[in-house]
Design a protein around this ligand. Structure first.
Ligand code: SAM
Length: 273
């Protein structure tokens, strides 16, 4: 269980990229904008070309041994990180290389990241980054999924957004974080729902073109609603991503529900609560 109060008051993200402008739109809207203006998040964009040493501001070169594409040279990346870190004790700031070969960014990893005061994010491009960056400079490599993007900027934006919403005061409703899919928190009075999908949500009208909201949600019976939501969260997870259930810490009630689910072919939803 993660105590959100452990998270730092304000986090600083330093992003190293050859396309700092990529982030302009993201920084200027929604939750990330609010987190910055609320003082919970500071984002500094660093153009990798500012750390080159030649007049052409060259960041890449051909790979040793031949082969297609270009590779980020180590020098500008090392210089950028050293400049960003200057004054900070060695290893105090995680240096994260966005890479399809990194550990997968899952919610527990996001929670872990959100407890740091600062993070440095390095965005690769082309064939990737000279391996000495991963070996000797980065303290972590993160992947946002098993697919290849053209650059690390989108992946860095995913890290930004997922971390920002965990910073205290950014969402203004920590319970909502706890109830989101993959949430690792227990809400007082709620059954354990660690690592499950969120329950389904409905809003007005109660009857939309003949598609009715489940009656239990209109009943006003809070205990019944709580139980229904929990059952549906469990059911959705089991049906869509059974692999996630391997990480769930089940209560006895959950175990019973799961057995029911496995035995019954009809979904719990159709039983109306
Ligand atoms: N040749 C590399 C490989 O096959 O592992 C892929 C390089 S990719 C075209 C260029 C850059 O995009 C990477 O250096 C990394 O920064 C970023 N990138 C691509 N896919 C990513 C992913 N799934 N997660 C995080 N970053 C990714």
């Amino acid at each position: 269980m993660v105590d959100l109060k452990e998270a730092p008051k304000a986090m600083q993200l330093d992003v190293v990229s050859i396309f700092p402008d990529f982030f302009r739109g993201i920084l200027d809207c929604g939750l990330i904008k609010r987190a910055q203006s609320g003082g919970q998040l500071r984002i500094l964009l660093h153009d990798l070309r500012d750390y080159t040493e030649d007049r052409h501001r060259t960041v890449d070169d051909r790979p040793f041994g031949g082969g297609p594409g270009m590779v980020f040279k180590p020098l500008p990346v090392f210089r950028a990180v050293e400049a960003i870190k200057s004054g900070e004790p060695e290893a105090a700031i995680p240096v994260i290389l966005l890479s399809p070969q990194g550990r997968l960014l899952r919610q527990p990893v996001v929670e872990e990241l959100s407890r740091h005061r600062r993070l440095i994010l390095i965005c690769g491009r082309y064939e990737g980054v000279d391996e000495r960056v991963a070996e000797y400079l980065a303290t972590d490599e993160l992947s946002i999924g098993d697919y290849i993007l053209s650059g690390g900027e989108l992946a860095a934006a995913v890290v930004m957004e997922s971390v920002a919403r965990l910073l205290p005061g950014v969402l203004g409703n920590e319970e909502s974080v706890a109830q989101d899919s993959f949430g690792l928190h227990r809400v007082p009075g709620e059954p354990a729902a660690q690592g499950l999908f969120d329950c389904p949500h409905y809003t007005r009208p109660a009857d939309f073109r003949g598609m009715r909201v489940p009656e239990v949600l209109l009943s006003g019976d809070h205990e019944e609603i709580r139980r229904w939501r929990h059952r549906r969260a469990l059911e959705k997870t089991w049906r869509k991503r059974p692999d996630l259930l391997n990480d769930v810490d089940f209560s006895e009630e959950d175990q019973r529900l799961l057995e029911e689910l496995k035995q019954a072919s009809s979904p719990i939803l159709s039983q109306g609560g």
